[in-house]
Ligand binder design. Structure first.
Ligand SMILES: Cc1ncc(COP(=O)(O)O)c(C=O)c1O
Length: 393
């Protein structure tokens, strides 16, 4: 195998589909004018592209509303630079001093850190609910953690460490009953597992563009339910009503300020076109078939421990392992240097799940499969892990 094998799709998807490359490459040649800032044809064309993309993603995250012929307000689909910015906007816009947040030990630092800052700097409180040893939350534990002053429940949908996918419908029902808004970090699932905000009672869905949606980096957003309440926390130019001394309350401006990443949004829209032409269920099935083979193959190596679940349902195609007698970062380096296989090692920005699995502080070697991987890649990875393990047998 003389070509690099990319098994780090949970970090970012690679490669991107051709339609995304072509759209981004051509964008500024034909359409690169600031929308909302002038009435020129070019500005209107850019504005239309942004609005159409809002509409497409609003529908994508609300399929049951589409089926019922209802319209989701597209202006409540706001664009950000990434999931981190989306999650900060959600947490800062819903948690005030004295409020309580329920979140989980599965979270990425883009939830853990803003929540910790709310606690340390703003006098908020937080409860981190732990999953079972496989990595699944018991929705009843979320119910138990909710208090009178809980202003937000924020949960990871798909783990970027072990791939477990949580039952959003059950968690959403609990939040509905308790009348607490539910925010979901869909960084690892948007584009690979169907999400229905209305059906799952999700108030805020944070997504990133550069992973399973196949958009460029520097793209992402929040889909805000039509009845959800959130304060804006970023203020500045909106291109309209410039005489107003304060930032505009109406969506999308409430959560957007400044100039958009226009080529990025165009590329994100192209990524969605690519996904819709393929059917995300089929992509997921193929990825899980490869992950299942990888899991079975490395499980036969006596020095390998697979962390968390081995289920192939309620899971994205991500798996973490440790190899006896090795630091995970050394395994990652040898896979890269000697076998040209790219993985991700360490704590993967999710330290609490590693504490839970007793893999702190060194973490794991993470393999994450994407739609451009093949069975040949998987066989090469199994062989590489087997040979590395055998060297220190
Ligand atoms: C679960 C999870 N949340 C949040 C993020 C942050 O995403 P972004 O890089 O778009 O800010 C990631 C990225 O690795 C992730 O895996």
């Amino acid at each position: 195998m003389d070509q690099m094998i990319y098994l780090d799709n949970a970090a970012t998807s690679f490669p991107k589909p051709d339609i995304v490359h072509d759209t981004v490459r051509d964008f500024y040649r034909s359409n690169g004018v600031n929308p909302g800032r002038s009435g020129s044809d070019l500005a209107l064309k850019a504005e239309q592209m942004v609005f159409e993309t809002r509409k497409r993603f609003s529908a994508f995250f609300n399929p049951s509303l589409v089926r019922q012929g209802k319209t989701k307000d597209p202006d409540r689909l706001v664009f950000t630079m990434n999931a981190t910015m989306s999650l900060n906007l959600i947490i800062n816009g819903t948690v005030a001093p004295g409020d309580h947040v329920v979140t989980t030990a599965l979270e990425h630092n883009s939830v853990i850190r803003p929540v910790n800052h709310k606690v340390r700097d703003d006098g908020a409180e937080a409860t981190f609910v732990s999953p079972d040893p496989e990595g699944y939350l018991d929705p009843a534990d979320i119910r138990k953690a909710i208090r009178k002053n809980t202003s937000l429940v924020i949960v990871n949908h798909g783990s970027n460490v072990i791939g477990t996918v949580q039952d959003l419908k059950a968690i959403g029902a609990i939040c509905r009953e308790a009348n607490v808004p539910l925010a979901v970090d869909a960084s690892q699932t948007a584009g690979v597992i169907p999400i229905d905000m209305a059906e799952c009672n999700i108030s805020f869905l944070a997504f990133t563009g550069h992973k399973s949606l196949f958009g460029p980096s520097g793209t992402g957003g929040i889909c805000v339910a039509d009845d959800a309440e959130i304060r804006g926390t970023t203020f500045g130019g909106t291109g309209v009503r410039s005489a107003e001394p304060y930032h505009l309350e109406e969506f999308p401006f409430r959560l957007e300020a400044g100039t958009h990443n226009l080529a990025g949004i165009a590329g994100l829209s192209a990524g969605l076109t690519w996904l819709e032409e393929r059917n995300i269920g089929e992509i997921h099935k193929q990825e899980m078939r490869l992950l299942g083979a990888l899991q079975d193959g490395v499980a036969d190596v006596p020095e390998v421990t697979i962390l968390g679940t081995r289920r192939l349902s309620d899971r994205v195609a991500t798996m973490s392992i440790v190899v006896a007698n090795y630091d995970p970062s050394d395994v990652g380096t040898i896979l890269d240097v000697d076998y040209d296989i790219l993985t991700r090692t360490g704590l993967q920005c999710a330290p609490l799940i590693h504490e839970h699995m007793a893999t702190s502080p060194r973490g794991t070697v993470r393999f994450s499969v994407g739609p451009f991987n093949t069975m040949e890649h998987i066989e090469a990875a199994i062989e590489g892990v087997g040979k590395i393990a055998a060297q220190r047998r």
